[in-house]
Every structure is written in structure tokens, then in C-alpha cells.
Design a protein around this ligand. Structure first.
Ligand SMILES: *[C@@H]1O[C@H](CO)[C@@H](O)[C@H](O)[C@H]1NC(C)=O
Ligand SMILES: *[C@@H]1O[C@H](CO)[C@@H](O)[C@H](O)[C@H]1NC(C)=O
Ligand SMILES: *[C@@H]1O[C@H](CO)[C@@H](O)[C@H](O)[C@H]1NC(C)=O
Ligand SMILES: *[C@@H]1O[C@H](CO)[C@@H](O)[C@H](O)[C@H]1NC(C)=O
Length: 190
């Protein structure tokens, strides 16, 4: 009888320590962030089609709420507008600098009570410095100065890239032009 009780106690001890060890383990999932392995800052320029600038436009509304016009952004902070873009990427903030690639993807405005968008796009780079693609996505609370979006992958020079990109609105002109500064920090490089 006594031996069984001791055995039970031992078993209980083991169980408790196993649980404690496991929960201690749970805290170690938060790995230390490695040092960045690559950093680059690029700009891209978006000229939205407004019905009159077909020659220069690099993006166009392709969806809008029922009854809205595809050449005029909706009220309600553009809620429900979806734009597809093929924008030039430059090394500096000048629209007329030689492009080093194209930013291709889409954004849509997703909040009625403030300016907020969601971005999904790829930098297709083809310059002497960089050849390859970097793919991004994430929420873009436009009124915040610096927004972090995810670098979810890449090809070529950016094979399987992972990291974050800090974007900021470098300039805008009404509802026709905006320029984003993209500070790309990669934590995984091959
Ligand atoms: C297109 O861009 C050129 C060069 O910046 C400018 O001269 C021209 O007025 C623009 N055209 C339109 C329709 O915005
Ligand atoms: C959109 O609005 C413009 C300017 O008011 C107008 O010229 C155009 O016909 C409208 N387009 C549609 C599809 O309603
Ligand atoms: C990159 O540029 C080179 C030289 O201009 C061209 O031959 C090649 O097709 C381009 N590649 C892509 C993927 O655009
Ligand atoms: C880019 O972002 C990284 C990480 O957030 C930061 O350390 C670096 O100073 C930034 N570089 C520029 C040029 O803004």
C-alpha cells in the first residue's frame, strides 16, 4: 500500500515538473531577432488615372462601390476603391530619375472613418545593382507617418527574402499622385 502511494507521489512530481518545464519552454518561442542582412531604400511613384491622364497614369481604379465612378475616388475616405498599379521605382525621390524597376500590385481602401489601405505588391527589379523580385503585403494606415508592412518573399538577388519594409508617404498631389518611400530591412537572406 505504502509503495503504491510513493509511486503515485513520484508520478505526480514528474507530471508537475513536466508541465513546469513545458511552460518555461513556451517563453523561449520569442526568438531574438537576427541582425539585418540587407537594407535598401527605394521610392515608387503612383499616378492615378482620372479620365484625363491616360498617357501618364500608372494606376487605375478597377473597382468601386456600386454606383461610384472609376475616375473619381469615393467619399468615405475612398472606402471600397481598389486600384491596380504598375509604378516606376527610383533610387531617389524624383519621378523623372531613371527607373530601376516596377512596383506591381494593388491597393484598396478598407476603412470608412479614416484613410487606410491594404497593399499587396511586388518590386520587380532589373538594374545593374539588383535583379530579382521582392514581394510585400500588409495594412497601410496612411495617416501614420511610418508604417511597417511584411516582406513575404523574393526571387533572384532576393531569393526567399523575409523582413519588414517601413513605408512613408514622401509626397502627394491631390488625388492624382503619391510617392512612397520604402525602407526595406531583410532579416533572412540567401
Ligand atoms: C505627362 O507627363 C509629362 C512629363 O512630366 C507632362 O509634360 C505632361 O503634361 C503630362 N501629361 C498629362 C496628361 O498629365
Ligand atoms: C465619371 O465622372 C466623370 C466626370 O464627372 C464623367 O465624365 C464620366 O462620364 C463618369 N463615368 C461614369 C462611368 O459614370
Ligand atoms: C532585364 O533587363 C535586361 C537588359 O535590359 C533584359 O534583357 C531582360 O529581359 C530584363 N529582364 C526582365 C525580367 O525584365
Ligand atoms: C531603415 O530602417 C532600419 C530598420 O528600421 C533603420 O535602422 C534604418 O536607419 C532605416 N534607414 C533609413 C535610411 O531610413
Amino acid at each position: 500500500m505504502k509503495a503504491i502511494r510513493v509511486l503515485h507521489l513520484c508520478f505526480l512530481c514528474l507530471l508537475v515538473s513536466a508541465i513546469l518545464l513545458k511552460s518555461a519552454d513556451c517563453h523561449s518561442w520569442k526568438k531574438k531577432l537576427p541582425k539585418p542582412c540587407k537594407n535598401l531604400v527605394l521610392y515608387f511613384h503612383d499616378i492615378i488615372y482620372n479620365g484625363k491622364n491616360a498617357e501618364n497614369a500608372t494606376s487605375a481604379l478597377v473597382a468601386a462601390p456600386e454606383g461610384a465612378n472609376l475616375t473619381i475616388m469615393t467619399g468615405n475616405n475612398h472606402f471600397g476603391n481598389l486600384a491596380v498599379f504598375d509604378d516606376p521605382i527610383t533610387l531617389d525621390n524624383n519621378l523623372h530619375s531613371p527607373p530601376v524597376g516596377r512596383a506591381q500590385g494593388f491597393y484598396f481602401y478598407d476603412m470608412k472613418n479614416t484613410f487606410s489601405a491594404w497593399l499587396g505588391f511586388t518590386f520587380v527589379l532589373n538594374s545593374t545593382d539588383h535583379k530579382g523580385t521582392i514581394t510585400f503585403n500588409g495594412a497601410d494606415p496612411i495617416l501614420t507617418k511610418y508604417r511597417d508592412i511584411s516582406v513575404v518573399g523574393g526571387t533572384g538577388d532576393f531569393l526567399m527574402a523575409r523582413g519588414i519594409a517601413t513605408i512613408s508617404t514622401d509626397s502627394y498631389e491631390g488625388e492624382v499622385y503619391f510617392r512612397l518611400r520604402v525602407n526595406i530591412t531583410l532579416y533572412e537572406c540567401y
